[in-house]
Design a protein around this ligand. Structure first.
Ligand code: SF4
Ligand code: SF4
Length: 219
């Protein structure tokens, strides 16, 4: 059998492929178009971090290093209690060990860690891949804004909480009461059966659980 048909077939394939548009990106002359949720580097929003150590405990590579100390905040009212809060001394991630699993970002209860698509931080020396908190904080500038909410999605809890006083202002006139700093919502009053005791007469109702200390984080 003559080899000519095979050669022709190859030439046709080469010609067809040469005419197709190429997907090769000429990096670094042309910056790549990365998807918005690319995992480039982890950024730290230091103000949100309470040194709770959750991320360090859950990291499968043990490559997050956190040091902190406790600080006493004096009571603001007479007879009140002093409070304690954690102060972050060191937060570092060793990117020579990190496997970019994203667990630390997922478990952080205070949104202190975020993915940035920035990936240009290669180093000649492996030791330089240990990013301390100042460098991790610098990556925050490259974190993309969160995607817009779905049209019918519920309002985020933070925005709902921020808007609550403004919304309740109109209702606060006749609904004020002891305790609580914000305006109170009107209560639904149910009719009482004849002869039944008033719900607030005598007896003690269980105390409402006090909110967790905002400045104190569990170890
Ligand atoms: S991405 Fe994964 S491996 Fe890297 S620091 Fe976070 S938890 Fe650890
Ligand atoms: S889980 Fe979040 S708040 Fe807790 S130490 Fe890690 S980054 Fe800070």
């Amino acid at each position: 059998m003559s080899p000519l048909p095979g050669i022709l077939k190859g030439l046709i394939t080469t010609a067809r492929t040469a005419l197709r548009p190429t997907h090769t990106a000429e990096y670094p002359d042309v910056a790549p178009e990365l998807p918005p949720r690319s995992r480039g580097v982890i950024a730290l929003l230091e103000e949100n971090c309470t040194s709770c150590m959750l991320c360090a405990r859950e990291c499968p590579d043990w490559c997050i290093y956190i040091d902190s100390h406790k600080e006493t905040i004096p009571a603001t009212t007479e007879g009140g209690r002093d409070r304690q809060r954690n102060v972050l001394d060191r937060f570092a991630i060793d990117f020579s060990l990190c496997m970019y699993c994203g667990i630390c970002i997922e478990v952080c209860p205070f949104d202190a860690l975020h993915w940035s698509p920035q990936f240009e931080y290669a180093e000649v020396d492996l030791l330089d891949l240990l990013h301390e908190k100042d460098r991790l904080g610098g990556w925050m500038a490259s974190v993309p804004p969160p995607p817009a909410l779905d049209e019918k999605a519920a309002e985020p809890a933070e925005i709902a909480a921020a808007n609550r006083p403004a919304r309740g202002a109109g209702l606060a006139g006749g609904a004020g009461g002891a305790g609580g700093s914000g305006p109170r919502m009107p209560r639904t009053v149910r009719p009482r059966a004849a002869g039944s005791p008033r719900p607030d007469a005598g007896g003690s109702s269980p105390a409402a659980p006090s909110p967790p200390d905002a400045g104190e984080a569990s170890p």
